[in-house]
Structures are given as C-alpha cells and as structure tokens.
Design a protein around this ligand. Structure first.
Ligand SMILES: [Zn+2]
Length: 288
C-alpha cells in the first residue's frame, strides 16, 4: 500500500533517526518546480510514514524564512501523501501551558512577512477560505493517540507564528497575548496554507520548549543556556520526555489513520475553483 502520511518536523526526530533509534531509509531531496525539497526519509514499521526534517538534516539548518515550504509540500503531494502531521517547538504565552506540554493547534495568527505563502502568485486560485484551519479529523486522531499514550497535552490552542529567527520581545509577547495567542512559534506557516492549496490534510502539534517573555514568567538571562534561562532544568527534563516520544506518536498516528474513516473535506478545498475555472484533474497543472 502506498504511503500517504508524512511527518514534517524540526531536527528532533531526525536526530533519533541519525542515532539509529528509528529504522528508516533515506530517500533524499525531490525535485519540484520550486526547487529541491528538503531531505525525505521513509520510516519503517507496521504503518510506514515519510519524514521531512523542516530545517534540513545535520548542520544545514536555515532560518525559518529560508525554508522552501513550497518545494516540501509539493514534493510530499507528488509522492502521494494526503495526511501531514507537523511538529514544531513553541513558547508558552498563557500560564495554563507548561514546558514539556504538547499542544494541538486549532488556529494561527500569522505574523510572518518574508515567506512565500502561495503556489498561485499569478492566478486567482489562492483565494481560499481558512476554516477550519487544521484538519479536524487529523486533530481528533492525534488527540486520541496522545490520550492513549497518557501524554500531557492541550487538545486546542491558538498559535502566533512570528518571523524569527530571533525570539520575541516582552512588548511583542504582551501584544500577542492581547490578540488571543496562547503559544508562539516560528513553524507551520506557510505549510498549513499551502496544504489547503493542494487539498491535503494538515495538523500541527507544538512541544512547548520555554515560556515566552510574559510578565511574572520573566526570568533572568543565563548566558550559555539555549533559551537564556526561560526554562529550568526540571522543565528541560520534562521536555526531553515529550520530544523523545515524538517518533512513537508519529507511528501511532500513522497506524491510527489506517483504521479511521476519512470524514473531513480537506480533499475538496479547491472544488469551487475547479468548477469555476474548469481546472484539470491533475493538480500539477493548476500550478504554472
Ligand atoms: Zn482532512
């Protein structure tokens, strides 16, 4: 059976693969009209899934705005992927979320400004509704898997996506809190919007790595610490547990998707344009 599931992640699952803790095959980058995608791996198991490290493998890490998301999403669709499970780190803005928690996103506030957001720069096809933002079926499956693994998680949250690569200032975090963001991250945009243009299911899970610069959670700067003292050693241990579970969660979601009936409308997001513009059935021809 063709693999229809992919996991886009940061370096955390790649490091597990690189250390030989996950069994997989390196497929390599895939050529697309937008350039080469990132490295793609096939992770073996009862329900295999593709893995695409968002920031590149090894030392090829780039700034968030330099990630070629169009090539990555095009390549996965071209390989027959329908379901994309996306991982990314986030900082907690609300005090109801702690370091080490996993958070399933419900919505995003897009604060990016340097990224290519659409496949359809020279056509009207990018005019698409963004509700629901993430695939409800995939979110449900992820929630069930996290519950069955007894992992601390929030089933729903709003993320602000800022441009990065720097972290946010205290005033920026206060503003993000005021406009309804519960976590802040640099990931998932424009992937989630591009997935809609390719009629793919896309859901996102954040693992909370630190507290954003929020009021009472301000902590003294600590030189040499990745988050400058924004999290404590006990929290870092908790985070390591959550990150260590990522490959098992991805395998669990992949396995669960084999069992569930697909009852979302993600494969119909372009239906209006297909009818109005008489688009061909081959999605590749929609993209000029
Ligand atoms: Zn869907």
């Amino acid at each position: 059976m063709a693999t229809k599931i992919a996991c886009i992640a940061g370096g955390e699952i790649y490091r597990q693969w690189d250390a030989g803790r996950i069994d997989g095959d390196r497929i390599g980058p895939r050529a697309t009209p937008f350039g080469d995608s990132g490295e793609i791996f096939l992770i073996n198991g009862p329900s295999p899934f593709y893995l695409l490290p968002r920031y590149g493998a090894g030392m090829d890490k780039t700034s968030p705005c330099r990630i070629n998301s169009r090539a990555n999403m095009y390549a996965l669709k071209d390989m027959g992927v329908q379901h994309v499970l996306a991982w990314g780190p986030a900082g907690a803005i609300t005090h109801n979320i702690a370091v080490g928690d996993l958070v399933i996103l419900e919505d995003v506030i897009d604060r990016t400004y340097l990224r290519k957001q659409t496949f359809f720069e020279d056509s009207p096809l990018g005019f698409l509704r963004q509700f629901p933002v993430f695939c409800p079926m995939l979110r449900r499956v992820i929630n069930n898997v996290l519950q069955s693994m007894k992992l601390v998680h929030r089933p729903s949250a709003v993320a602000a996506v800022s441009e990065g690569p720097r972290l946010e200032t205290p005033a920026e975090v206060r503003m993000l809190m005021a406009i309804g963001a519960e976590v802040v991250t640099h990931s998932f945009v424009p992937e989630v919007f591009l997935a809609k243009e390719l009629q793919m299911c896309y859901a996102a899970v954040c693992y909370v790595v630190n507290y954003a610069e929020t009021g009472s959670r301000h902590k003294p700067f600590v030189a040499g610490d990745l988050f400058g003292g924004l999290s404590q050693s006990s929290e870092t241990q908790r985070l390591a547990g959550a990150v260590g579970a990522l490959s098992r969660i991805a395998a669990g979601v992949s396995s669960a998707l084999d069992e569930v009936a697909v009852d979302c409308d993600c494969d119909k997001t372009m239906q209006h344009h297909i009818r109005q513009c008489n688009l061909p059935s081959d999605w590749r021809k929609w993209i000029q």
